[in-house]
Design a protein around this ligand. Structure first.
Ligand SMILES: NC(=O)c1ccc[n+]([C@@H]2O[C@H](COP(=O)([O-])OP(=O)(O)OC[C@H]3O[C@@H](n4cnc5c(N)ncnc54)[C@H](OP(=O)(O)O)[C@@H]3O)[C@@H](O)[C@H]2O)c1
Length: 298
């Protein structure tokens, strides 16, 4: 498993351990402590030797590491495209692996929208070309939230305090997925007898997704008070991206909001369908956004 130290990866690891898997997990951090069934392998996607050690003896590979923030296209390409390719090559050379699961993104449906979206799409294509004899699952989760998430939490907190900033047009369609449902889907895809290789979208199953008005309604119902929808103009978003880039440059970190990201954030239709995955492995999400907000599951 790669990406096990990140928001989604931590949930996947816990889920797999609770279902009896033994996990070998790549880490760039020095202080992770291994146990009998969770073995940390120091290394990174850039280092073939650590990847070979990671996949040694593995029946399944779950590739969840990814670059989600970046100031340049190169940042995304290096990690998401080249890193994924390296992991696949090493996995094939090592032999023994039966299934490879790649955590892509719904964004890959529209590679033209952002550097991130393009890098996920190109990675998918290259993995498919290289996958050879083993099953290759490509998951395209929509926006994922839940305990440990830092990106959507401020939006939901603001909404439950009565303010919902709207990006893009009022009619834009959004979708969401609780991280526990994503972790279940990973476990089920690995545990299924004979899952089909393919590209699968994942969301919380609310048909047609959510528009901003629906989010406003849900927020108002959960907080039992009004929620004000505040439109963020494209001009303001661009200014915010300028500030984010500058701020992160000074802090020597990678920005989430860039001019490239705006295309993705304001896209008209991010509704998704679970049909393909549900038919294949009988996975059905359990946590709708409304339930998560009511029960504080984020
Ligand atoms: N969050 C979402 O809404 C969402 C939606 C769809 C798809 N995804 C995909 O899901 C995956 C996980 O996302 P996340 O939200 O959990 O992101 P995250 O919290 O930023 O975690 C990213 C993980 O990737 C690791 N990583 C990054 N670059 C690496 C490298 N060069 N070598 C080794 N490890 C590296 C990180 O390690 P460190 O801990 O050392 O930094 C971390 O474990 C990504 O592939 C992302 O594209 C996320």
């Amino acid at each position: 498993m790669t990406g096990a130290t990140g928001f989604i990866g931590r949930h996947i690891v816990q889920n797999l351990l609770s279902h009896g898997f033994t996990v070998r997990a790549l880490t760039r951090r020095a202080r992770e402590t291994s146990t009998d069934r969770l073995i940390w392998i120091p290394g990174e996607l850039e280092d073939r030797n650590s990847l070979a050690e990671l996949v040694r003896g593995a029946e399944f590979v779950v590739h969840c590491a990814g670059q989600v923030r970046g100031h340049s296209e190169e940042t995304f390409t290096q990690c998401n495209v080249n890193g994924s390719l390296r992991l696949m090559q090493v996995t094939r050379q090592t032999g023994g692996c039966k299934r490879f699961l790649y955590l892509s993104s719904l964004a890959a449906r529209h590679p033209e929208l952002s550097w991130y979206a393009n890098s996920k799409y190109v990675a998918e294509q290259q993995l498919i070309a290289l996958s050879g004899e083993f099953s290759l699952g490509i998951f395209r989760p929509t926006a994922v939230y839940g305990p440990g998430d830092k990106e959507l939490k401020p939006l939901f907190n603001g909404m439950l305090r009565g303010i919902l900033p709207r990006l893009g047009s009022p009619e834009a369609k959004l979708s969401f997925l609780h991280v526990s449902d994503l972790a279940d889907a990973v476990n089920q895809w690995l545990s299924a007898e004979n899952p089909r290789s393919g590209i699968y979208e994942l969301c919380d199953g609310v048909s047609g997704g959510y528009d901003w008005r629906r989010l406003q309604e849900i927020g108002a119902s959960v907080r039992r008070g009004p929620v004000h929808l505040v439109g963020i103009s494209p001009r303001l978003l661009n200014v915010m991206a300028d500030i984010s880039i500058l701020w992160n440059r000074l802090a020597k970190t990678e920005p989430m909001l860039t001019h490239s990201k705006i295309g993705e954030l304001t896209h008209q239709d991010w509704s998704a369908s679970n049909r393909s995955l549900s038919e294949n492995i009988h996975w059905f999400p359990k946590v709708s956004l409304e339930r998560a907000l009511r029960e504080g599951l984020f």
